[in-house]
Design a protein around this ligand. Structure first.
Ligand code: FAD
Length: 287
């Protein structure tokens, strides 16, 4: 199918991210969500990979399903932190044999309770990206953290590591954030370091207070009180909360596109309604 840099060159690209499901209910929900979102003709869809091991297997199956059954370009995520080099090599070779054109190279986080890498494992996403580059012709994406990675020792060190990683990749996708100024500042900081790789902002529609608060805390991000208050004011009705989250996400998306973002990557959490409404409101349909 198509390399993502080529898709981005055609104009702002809409993409959706899904989590590999863990159980039969999750499988049914993802199947339903794909049926609803595929007709929007996103430029690509991506499927996460469980660094801890719980959802490693299904990533490859879902990527194949998205490509074959829905005709949409699909990108697997791959984390390196709990794998040996040989294991990573075998996975990458499988993807190359499957005809995969794009891969998101990530470090991932060690499973809770373990703090040791397998011997000879890659320590950072940049090492994984270099390994995939040497082994295949795939376009390589990496994660970007506009507000810094939670484990970084300093902002300066964080920006240097991120700049080196993003410079060596073909594109980057950001962690979610709630203010377009974070994206603008980050892309300026990268440009100041000579890095002009396309950086696609990741957009998380804030529709579920507890879910977003938990994920924000995990990523060292502040969940703005103003959004929390708007969601609370909408009461317990899920449709009313979704309307608040979608309105917020659409405004953020428009600011990002005005700032020159090469696309929008929507974290769907395997739900279709909010991503569908956002995509329709901003009118991004690159195909
Ligand atoms: P890295 O770029 O390797 O950075 C990790 C840390 O190491 C940072 O603190 C960085 O500053 C530091 N560092 C980097 N290089 C050096 C160096 N040379 N020396 C010293 N320190 C260094 N996780 C999953 O488990 N599965 C997924 O599918 C998944 N998908 C994601 C998709 C996106 C778009 C994003 C933004 C994140 C995703 N994550 C996923 C989460 C990600 O794995 C975590 O954020 C992880 O903690 C960092 O991954 P990374 O690839 O950014 O790591």
């Amino acid at each position: 199918m198509t390399r993502i840099p080529q898709l981005l060159a055609a104009g702002p690209a809409l993409s959706f991210e899904f989590s590999a499901p863990r159980d039969p209910d999750g499988v049914r929900r993802l199947e339903r969500t794909l049926r609803r979102l595929a007709p929007l003709q996103p430029a690509f869809m991506s499927v996460t990979y469980g660094a801890g091991g719980a959802t490693r297997g299904p990533t490859r199956e879902w990527v194949a399903r998205i490509r074959n059954a829905f005709g949409v370009e699909a990108m697997p995520h791959l984390t390196c932190v709990a794998h040996t080099r040989d294991e990573v090599g075998a996975i990458v070779d499988q993807y190359a044999a499957d005809g995969i054109d794009n891969l998101l190279a990530l470090r991932g986080d060690l499973p809770q309770g373990s703090d040791e890498l397998p011997s000879g494992a890659f320590r950072y996403a940049r090492e994984l990206a270099a390994f995939v580059r040497e082994r295949t012709a795939m376009a390589i994406g990496v994660a970007a953290h506009p507000q810094g990675h939670p484990l970084a020792v300093s902002e300066a060190a964080d920006r240097e590591h991120q700049a080196a990683k993003i410079a060596a990749a073909d594109f980057a996708i950001t962690q979610f954030f709630f203010d377009a100024a974070h994206y603008e500042r980050f892309t300026e900081q990268m440009a100041a370091r000579g890095v002009h790789t396309p950086i696609i902002p990741g957009l998380m529609p804030p529709t579920n207070i507890n879910g977003i608060a938990r994920m924000s805390a995990l990523n060292g991000l502040e969940f703005p009180v103003s959004i929390r208050e708007r969601l609370e004011a909408a009461g317990e009705n899920p449709a009313a909360r979704r309307a608040v989250g979608v309105e917020f996400a659409v405004a953020l998306a428009q600011n990002l596109l005005n700032a020159g973002a090469p696309g929008l990557h929507i974290y769907t959490m395997n739900y279709s309604a909010a991503p569908q409404e956002i995509a329709q409101a901003i009118g991004l349909n690159p195909n």
